[in-house]
Design a protein around this ligand. Structure first.
Ligand SMILES: [Mn+2]
Length: 260
């Protein structure tokens, strides 16, 4: 039985230009890097080449966080949904070219239509999540849907939402467990015990139990010793990505120490 590998999301330098992010990767001395395919760091063919060269020189493995800013896979408008799915598929193709194992994506969100046409956002989310997972599998990438927190309008936040999702979805879809997000719904333990066989990836960051602050691990209210014990009990041996926006080095040290 192996132990989890600690990775690093480049979310903490999301405001820096792409070249600055590359310099951060070189300095980080971390083998498992999560790229955020959005904003200044959006992937394209040229950048995939740069990243693959970097991976070869530094012995890196990538995971990719899908585009998320303004993205809604439950979008009621057909033409907007089509445009979003096209962009997400492009992200999967680039992830495949990066030999990325896991592609993390967010569930759909509610909209003004949610009250007018109940169930529409849920149904569109189910369909799009299935379609993206299949597209990813066909490209050798594992798509993993992430739990997201209150107060955002996402259709999947809680253990109950994910249970319903897995009851209804046809495709075999993996899950990214975001520990910080689960702390806001007070369901870290419930997620870990309910979906141990679905979880292929984790995000680690901290908060005050109320807002999605992406603090350093140990700088919020998560009981990391207890969480680490629960993770060890599930025999989880894949990647736990530090997704803190601050105290990044402290978070890496903390997690390494917990799983050493
Ligand atoms: Mn996350």
């Amino acid at each position: 039985m192996g132990s989890p590998k600690i990775g690093l999301s480049m979310l903490y330098c999301f405001g820096e230009p792409f070249d600055g992010m590359i310099e951060q990767i070189k300095k980080a001395e971390i083998a498992n890097i999560e790229l955020v395919d959005d904003g200044l760091h959006a992937l394209n063919r040229k950048r995939v080449q740069i990243l693959n060269d970097l991976a070869a020189s530094y012995g890196l493995k990538y995971t990719v966080h899908a585009p998320f800013i303004g993205i809604n896979i439950s979008m009621p408008s057909d033409w907007l949904l089509k445009a979003m799915l096209k962009g997400l598929k492009k992200s999967i193709v680039n992830s495949s070219a990066l030999n990325c194992q896991v592609w993390v994506f967010h569930p759909g969100s509610k909209s003004v239509m949610s009250n007018l046409s109940p169930g529409m956002d849920w149904d569109r989310n189910l369909k799009a999540a299935g379609l993206l997972s299949k597209f990813a599998r066909d490209h050798g990438v594992k798509a993993a849907i992430e739990n997201v927190p209150e107060p955002f309008l996402f259709v999947m936040k809680t253990v109950e939402d994910f249970r319903r999702f897995y009851d209804e979805v046809d495709e075999d879809i993996s899950m990214t467990l975001d520990l910080g997000h689960a702390n806001i719904s007070h369901q870290i333990e419930a997620f870990l015990t309910t979906f141990a066989d679905k979880i292929v990836h984790m995000h680690a960051h901290d908060n005050d139990g109320k807002s999605d602050l992406h603090l350093g691990a140990g700088f919020g209210t998560i009981n990391w010793e207890k969480t680490a014990d629960l993770i060890k009990k599930t025999s989880y041996d894949k990647i736990i990505v530090v997704e803190s926006a601050e105290h990044v080095q402290e978070s890496l040290n903390r997690l390494r120490q917990l799983f050493a």
